[in-house]
Design a protein around this ligand. Structure first.
Ligand SMILES: Cc1ncc(COP(=O)(O)O)c(C=O)c1O
Length: 385
């Protein structure tokens, strides 16, 4: 990722890349390189003491008793479903407006993803509809804390408890999101899945993830399933997979975790600044709708507007070298690979409308005020031209 170039504050042609991973590395360069060297010299490259130390810090940060480091956020979700024994004949309720992995893992264990619409305010699971979709075959609910905002867990937890259905939180985008009491994403459900894909708020230098839980038994099971269901080498109690995390990623993530609260504050400050700049420019609510913050502390993995003439706007911003993106252009119930589930266009109108309207503006701790001004100047130029 190229370094961000900053020029004058009034420069409306300022390039604003979608990410600045190189900037974050430069800030922590000596700490990260020291860890990299330590791991390289230790000869301990997969699991081991660096992983255990990271898991302990991560569980403390997230407010769970245990964290199990794994190979990706996708594998964390898959591992959770395997640990719950979900398979053919079972149903798992997922929002249709999310990253593919949330539902993909359900199919991979042979179960049926049951799609659910979203709350148009938060883009998260519509809990009332989810409750109505529960059947005797429902074996898990996967709320997604999309863009870094908690799903409505106050409403969902009692529904899940009433039906005895476990919750697997897809907290891939939401590490550090918390409710009004300070309880954090990933600590509400039976399991919480995190992704450390490089672009995430806590990003590895490659793929990595973690599964959170507070049951000692489930932690032990997850650790076994992570290494092919093996408690003792070459003796397999269950069929698991290779879901191991590299020592190097764990060591680097542990260094970065110590900076996460500051980065979250910086993301939130930039979201507040976008809100103010867009309001000052008079663009909301006439042309765009600002993100809402309804369920505690939003960590702004993405800063997402609803925008009129969204596709034209994205093309206009891209021409001006502003890294706008659409998460996600097609809800999962309309994806080709899920055609056999039999959903039709129009089945989930809020998700389908969101897919037509959302646009994510660049947001990261290194984003400068002049870059944000340039983004809002470009929005203004598009709508007022
Ligand atoms: C909501 C959601 N779930 C799951 C994942 C999967 O995580 P990973 O890419 O680490 O496998 C992601 C990653 O983009 C995500 O955004």
């Amino acid at each position: 990722m190229p370094a961000v170039t900053t020029t004058g504050a009034a420069d409306a042609c300022l390039a604003v890349p979608p990410l600045n991973l190189g900037g974050q590395f430069a800030d922590l360069r000596s700490e990260l390189l020291a860890e990299l060297t330590a791991v390289a010299e230790s000869g301990y490259y997969v699991l081991g003491p660096k992983v255990t130390a990271f898991e302990e810090d991560l569980a403390r940060y997230c407010g769970t008793a245990y964290a199990v480091g794994v190979s990706s956020g996708t594998d964390a979700l898959l591992l959770a479903l395997m640990a719950l024994g979900i398979g053919p004949g079972d149903e798992v309720i997922v929002p249709t407006f999310t990253f593919f992995a949330t539902a993909g893992v359900v199919s991979r264990v042979g179960a049926r993803p049951v799609m659910c619409d979203i709350d148009p305010q938060t883009f998260n699971l519509d809990v009332r509809q989810a409750a109505a979709l529960i059947t005797p075959r429902t074996k898990a609910l996967i709320p997604v804390h999309l863009y870094g905002q908690l799903a409505d867990l106050d409403a969902l937890l009692p529904v899940a408890a009433r039906h005895g259905v476990p919750i697997v939180e897809d907290a891939a985008q939401a590490i550090g999101a918390q409710d009004a009491t300070g309880r954090r994403a990933g600590s509400f459900g039976t399991f919480g899945a995190l992704s450390f894909y490089p672009t995430k708020n806590l990003g590895a230098l490659g793929d990595a993830g973690a599964l959170l839980m507070s049951s000692a038994e489930l932690a032990e099971l997850a650790r076994k399933l992570r290494i092919h269901g093996s408690g003792h080498t070459y003796y397999h109690e269950r069929v698991g997979g290779n879901f191991r995390i590299d020592a190097l990623q764990a060591a680097l993530l542990r260094i970065k975790l110590a900076h996460l609260e500051r980065w979250t504050a910086e993301r939130r400050a930039r979201a507040a600044r976008y809100n103010a700049l867009i309001a000052e420019a008079g663009l909301a609510p006439e042309f765009v709708q600002l993100p809402s913050e309804r369920h505690g502390r939003h960590v702004y993995h993405q800063y997402v507007l609803r925008a009129q003439r969204r596709d034209e706007l994205v093309a206009f911003l891209k021409e001006r070298k502003i890294g706008a993106a659409v998460y996600y252009p097609l809800p999962l119930h309309l994806q080709q690979c899920f055609a056999e589930l039999g959903y039709r266009a129009g089945a989930f109108p809020h998700a389908e409308q969101a897919a037509r309207e959302v646009v994510a503006l660049p947001i990261y701790p290194e984003l400068t005020e002049s870059q944000q001004q340039a983004v809002v100047a470009a929005l203004t130029a598009f709508y007022r031209r």
